[in-house]
Design a binder for this molecule. Sequence first.
Ligand code: PSU
Ligand code: MN
Length: 310
Amino acid sequence: MQSFNPYLDISPEVQSALDNHQPVVALESTIISHGMPYPQNLETAKGVEAVVRKEGAIPATMAVIKGRIKVGLSEEDLLFMAKEKGILKASRRDMAIIIAQKKSAATTVAATMICANLAGIKIFATGGIGGVHRKGQDTFDISADLQELANTPVAVVSAGIKSILDIPLTLEYLETMGVAVIGVGTDQFPAFYTRESGYPAPYQLDTPGEIAATIQAQESLGLKAGFLIANPIPAEYSMDKKIIDKAIREALADAEAQQITGKEVTPFLLKKIVELTEGKSLFSNIKLVENNARLAAQIARELSVNNHKN
Ligand code: PSU
Ligand code: MN
């Protein structure tokens, strides 16, 4: 049980599930406010919660609303996050400022991990995480998501990372930081829109039970790190590599021409890619998030069964 935190509002449904050791899956909100256009973002947020429920777990979507950390959003909260203009983007460094100023922000993977850990939730589903950007060795543009995985014991299910990032540098960085990257049913690290990136996944596990056992071993060892659980997009929804690579090249060139920097880089690239692929990438994106939510719920169930045994 986590200690009381004065800024945390856990919804009654999530609190009751946590109290009873029932399966709970954390979900992020940057994907809603900054990763997809309205209204597809709202439909996706609701659809993903429905997938988690269908698998027998309780969804806990996270956001900061008027200075309160919300764990489990109401319909009204989801609409606010999907539609409201001026919602900020909160990663680790932004949290205290946004809370003290009573502002509203979508939480990135890093911030969602922080909130999940405060609430006592161990598993989290998203689409893609941040990573080392291309030319990161010169710009130092490395997402705080990677440091969070090193320091916060929450397992993140993603479809790998987009090749807007430097995939091999991201994998090296995670190895250095002590984060295990696990390919699910594959020995290849997936590249979000496609099932393979051309780089191997350091580990392969095939079942939710094996993944839950690994999370529990990590906890027992007292190693306070997360995991990157890399779940490839289902083949029927994966994209043509040539089409997506072209869109990514153009988006990167645009970002460079417009001198986009800092926290704006990732949202800028995501928006450009959706525009350049005329929505094709958005469809794949929605499907892979649902697929990740399903796996995360199955892992949460295994964790909860094992918890009841102890
Ligand atoms: N990658 C995606 N979709 C997303 C994000 C990344 O394919 O929505 C979001 C996630 O919330 C992630 C954040 O945590 O962008 C990373 O931002 P940055 O690179 O600024 O750390
Ligand atoms: Mn960055």
